[in-house]
Design a protein around this ligand. Structure first.
Ligand code: ROI
Length: 166
């Protein structure tokens, strides 16, 4: 059965806008994933260690018949093919692709926690998610809109309205 999945994208190195654009192009050209919605493109103040460049953030909705772990593998191979090197925790990165919601499932495994464990406190995830899923409720019944109302858009700027962003 195909599930609707939301994936958050982030980059703050090597032309972040281009990194996110190319990542969505790659996801969409994969036979196992179909992009069915795309947020606006945001620039955001870095959360984490200071002194790193601003980020670009976005969220895509996809449908897929892959299992959560198969999807994680597919997204990690896109991260790697885009030159991602995992180094400093919370440090700068070329491309981050995080599964934030997988249908209505809750998953707690060694490799995967869904809903994503920090999405509730990250407006650079929640605000773009609201663009693609304005009526969304989390598996625990919380309305996304209420979470966005709580956090606000502080530190976020919309830099492109519609995909393709560049
Ligand atoms: N900060 C912002 N603004 N956007 C991100 O995508 C992002 N990703 C991260 C950390 C380092 C936590 N900070 C971020 O992984």
């Amino acid at each position: 059965m195909a599930e609707t999945v939301y994936v958050a994208l982030g980059s703050n190195l090597e032309q972040p806008e281009l990194q996110l654009q190319r990542a969505v192009d790659t996801i969409d050209s994969s036979p196992q994933m179909t992009v069915c919605g795309c947020s606006r493109l945001y620039r955001s103040d870095p959360v984490g260690p200071p002194g790193q460049p601003d980020y670009c953030n976005a969220v895509v909705a996809i449908t897929t018949t892959l299992t959560p772990l198969q999807l994680l593998d597919a997204l990690q191979s896109i991260e790697n093919s885009h030159g991602r090197v995992r180094s400093v925790r919370w440090g700068p990165r070329t491309l981050d692709l995080d599964i934030i919601l997988f249908g209505n499932q809750r998953i707690e495994s060694q490799r995967l926690t869904i809903p994503h464990y920090q999405m509730q406190v990250r407006n650079f995830v929640l605000c773009p998610l609201l663009d693609v899923a304005p009526d969304l409720e989390l598996p625990d019944g919380t309305a996304l809109q209420a979470m966005v109302d709580k956090l606000g858009y502080r530190g976020l700027r919309v830099i492109a309205e519609n995909y393709p962003w560049i």
